[in-house]
Each structure stands twice: as C-alpha cells, then as structure tokens.
Design a protein around this ligand. Structure first.
Ligand SMILES: C[S@@+](CC[C@H](N)C(=O)[O-])C[C@H]1O[C@@H](n2cnc3c(N)ncnc32)[C@H](O)[C@@H]1O
Length: 354
C-alpha cells in the first residue's frame, strides 16, 4: 500500500485526523471539510466509516476515474480542481486539512495554501496540518519540515509529534487567526528554509567526527532512526541541497513587469473602502479582493513596491494600509493613464513641492 492509498485509513496519521474531526463535529450537526491536496481521497474513505454528518470537498490538480466514481456515488463528496479553489465562497468550511502535501511544495505554493485556507475557513474553523518529518525513500523533491519549525510558524492550539504507537509525525490544529498573510509567510518560510540549508551544510561538515554524529542523533532523536555515519552524511547533504533547491526555485519565481493595472486596482480599492467604511484598507481585505485576479507572487511583489519608502502606501502593525502624501499628490496631479504609461516610478515624482 502506498502512503496515499485510498485504503490506507488505519495508520496513525489518519487516526489523529479522525479523532480531531470527530471531536470537533460534536458541536455541529453537519461539518464541512476541505481536503487540500486530497490525492485519492483516503480521508473521505476514513470519514465515511464513521457515524456523523459531514460534507467533504477534495481539491487537487485534477480529478481521476476513481475520484469521479466516488463523487458520483456519494452525495456528501465533491471535487474541485486547485485552479478553482481560490474563487470559492469565503468562510465556508469548518475544517481545512492539509495532509502530506507540505513536503512536496514550493515556498510560494505553501504561502498560497495558507492564504486560501485563511479565506475559506470560518472564523472559528480549524486548519489541520499533517506531514511526516521522516520521508519514505524515493521522495525526490520532498523537503521535510520538523516539529520545531512548524511550531515557530503557526503556534498551533493543539499538536502531536508522535502517533499513539510512537511513529514520528507532524500533526497540528491551527486557528485561522494564526495563519500568516503571504508577504509574511513567504519571508518566514524563506528564512526557515535558508536556516535549514545552513544547519544541514554545517552538519555535513561536522559529520567527519564522532562529536558531529552524536550531536545529530541527539538533535533528531525523536524523529529519526539512528543512522550510521555514511547515511547521516548523505542525509545532511541531501537536506541541505533540497533546501537550496527551494530557495533557488523561489528566487526564480520572483515577479517583475511594467504593468501597473495592479496599482490602479489597489488605489481604487483603497479609496472605495475608505468611502464606504471610513476605515483604511486592511491587508487581508486587499488579498481577499485582489486574489485570485492577481497571483500571490504578483500581489506580494507589487505590494512591496507600493509600500517602499517614497511610494503611495505604507502599512502599520495592525496590518492596515495607509496612504502617504504622495498618493494625494498623484491623485491631484496625474491620471490613471499617466500611471499606466509611466510606471509606479511616478510615485517618486509625487513628493516634489510645488
Ligand atoms: C502524498 S499525496 C497526499 C494525498 C492525501 N492528502 C493523503 O494524505 O493521502 C500529496 C498530494 O498533494 C498534491 N499537491 C501537490 N502540490 C500541491 C499544491 N500546490 N497544492 C495542493 N496540492 C498539491 C499532489 O497532487 C498529491 O495528490
């Protein structure tokens, strides 16, 4: 049986999920669940053995014949492709599960899943994040995250790092307010992966002596079987290389163009929110309204530019955008057509005194 097989439902990870979901289901008559990266829908298989009401939506790149058969024969099961998920109704799920996906994905994809989950979960919802900190062999680009890393990212309400039988896992129950917005998530994930690369490079160097091997076994005793020195050296080099790969992949995805339509949408959104509510635009509302029209990469890169010193906006600790005097100057002296033609650079001209 493969780790994502439809019939693999008695394993410790699935048991943790099931215990969590059944205990959360006690307060509701019917519980809505989104299974992000659902694979073969083994979570649906496990849930349908239980006696409670739920609606399940699985999302992944594309459906398959097996998935079509499951959804055609079960009213409470649906499938939506990943490209459609971002446009779904906000605050519509009690639970979002992300099981065995994190080790496979890029920094940007992780940030995007965190954003989508934040938008799709109800305010009192739960994000159930599961993964393995020891990957089975053959996970070519599988970069494991470790318990302390996940703790530093999310501050979960509840977590387990071992199954009842002592198998190492990462299982966290996270509330929506602990989910970071993409510009924060990307920065945190990037530094975490960079630290991982540095730590493992250093470790590979130190593994030439017994002290290094003891140190490694001590640090990872809860998550790794003891390895001999050769295996350890290979593992340390492998993780350092994979971390490096994720960083390079991220840097290559960095987005830059001269299209200023985003800034026009942002200014319009900022002003219409202020006219409507008398309040500044919060960053979560900005993501909510501009995503998925613009990708997470586009928004985070453009937001950075729009909030540079001497630009139109800034944002405060409460994650609200505020307009600088340059935006006023721009609106009094230029048009959106000027912005379209001249680029965001125009903001640099907007601080000049008459
Ligand atoms: C190891 S399988 C896990 C399947 C299932 N969640 C389970 O635990 O049985 C990983 C799944 O993540 C999906 N995946 C890969 N990249 C993804 C992304 N960016 N967003 C969502 N899912 C993704 C893959 O298509 C695959 O089905």
């Amino acid at each position: 049986m493969s780790p994502a097989d439809f019939n693999l439902i008695k394993d410790g990870q699935t048991q943790w999920l099931i215990d969590k979901i059944t205990s959360l289901s006690k307060t509701k008559t019917c519980i809505s669940i989104l299974d992000y990266g659902c694979g073969k829908m083994r979570l649906y298989n496990a849930l349908s053995e239980l006696n409670f009401r739920f609606n399940y939506v699985g999302t992944d790149f594309e459906s398959s014949e097996e998935i079509n058969t499951i959804i055609n024969t079960n009213d409470n099961c649906n499938f939506i492709s990943l490209s459609e998920i971002a446009g779904m109704g906000r605050n519509s799920f009690d639970i979002v599960c992300l099981s065995n996906v994190v080790h496979e994905i890029s920094i940007i994809e992780f940030a995007e899943i965190i954003l989508t989950t934040k938008l799709l979960l109800m305010k009192d919802g739960h994000f159930l994040l599961l993964d393995m900190s020891v990957l089975p062999q053959g996970e070519l680009l599988g970069l494991p995250y470790f318990p302390d890393e996940v703790l530093s990212l999310f501050e979960p309400m509840d977590y387990a790092f071992e199954t009842q039988s002592g198998y190492p896992i990462i299982a966290c129950d996270i509330c929506p307010s602990a989910l970071m917005l993409p510009h924060v998530a990307i920065e945190k994930l990037y530094s975490l992966v960079m630290k991982k690369r540095d730590d493992f490079s250093f470790l590979a160097l130190s593994l030439v002596n017994k002290y290094g091997i003891d140190f490694f076994n001590e640090k990872f005793k809860n998550i790794n079987k003891r390895m001999n020195s050769e295996e350890l050296l290979g593992y340390a080099q492998y993780l350092s290389g994979l971390s490096n790969y994720r960083m390079v992949e991220f840097r290559q995805s960095y987005y830059s163009d001269n299209d200023n339509e985003f800034y026009i949408d942002l200014i319009n959104l900022y002003m219409s929110t202020f006219d409507r509510t008398g309040e500044q635009l919060s960053l979560i509302e900005m993501y909510d309204k501009l995503y998925p029209k613009y990708s997470v990469t586009q928004i985070t890169c453009k937001l950075k530019q729009a909030t540079y010193p001497h630009s139109f906006f800034g944002f405060d600790d409460g994650e609200r955008l505020y307009a600088t005097e340059r935006l006023d100057y721009f609106l009094n002296n230029y048009t959106f057509d000027d912005l379209r033609k001249s680029g965001i650079i125009i903001s640099a001209m907007c601080g000049i005194e008459d």
